[in-house]
Design a protein around this ligand. Structure first.
Ligand code: FEO
Length: 170
């Protein structure tokens, strides 16, 4: 059975992951309105991954006879001044999520909760990948600068992203 402190912290993490999905979905709407369909596609997959992340915590609490509690989500920002600004916000958000995962790992250690510790290992690796993938887009957009042609090429490239195997299996 899951302990109360870990249950509460994981319920909070479900909220963080769903707020991530919500933020990226807001970016989908923004990019679609800007006719940047490739970036919208990239963020659609990102948003779907976040729902899958939330479900990992949801299932973990449930499987250990805990109580899942869904909290109210904050309304995400609606517009960004540029694609670069949106991806910078996504990168900052992923760094925030990494901090939250690290806090959970610390809590698992304090509580001697080995089941949570093992489950969280997947997220440690995932967050390295999440930060890297968003930072790479930030770097790309920084290089492009004000080039309209560059932006069209980047949008086309980002639209080729496919779902991660681990997520598409869920
Ligand atoms: Fe679920 Fe992008 O962190």
């Amino acid at each position: 059975m899951i302990g109360k402190r870990m249950q509460d912290a994981m319920n909070e993490q479900i909220k963080h992951e769903l707020e991530s999905a919500y933020l990226y979905l807001a970016m989908v709407a923004h990019f679609r309105a800007e006719s940047l369909d490739g970036m919208a596609q990239w963020m659609t997959l990102q948003s779907q991954e976040e729902v899958a992340h939330a479900m990992r915590f949801f299932n973990h609490i449930d499987e250990r006879d805990g109580q899942v509690e869904l909290k109210a989500l904050s309304q995400p920002q609606k517009e960004w001044a540029s694609p670069l600004e949106a991806f910078q916000a996504a990168y900052e958000h992923e760094r925030f999520i990494t901090e939250k995962i690290n806090d959970l790992v610390k809590l698992a250690s304090e509580e001697g909760d080995h089941a949570a510790g093992i489950m969280l290992q997947w997220f440690i690796t995932e967050q390295v990948e999440e930060e890297d993938s968003t930072k790479k887009v930030v770097d790309l957009l920084e290089r492009i600068g004000d080039s309209g042609h560059g932006l069209i090429m980047a949008d086309r490239e980002l639209g080729t992203r496919s779902a991660a195997p681990a997520e598409s299996e869920e």
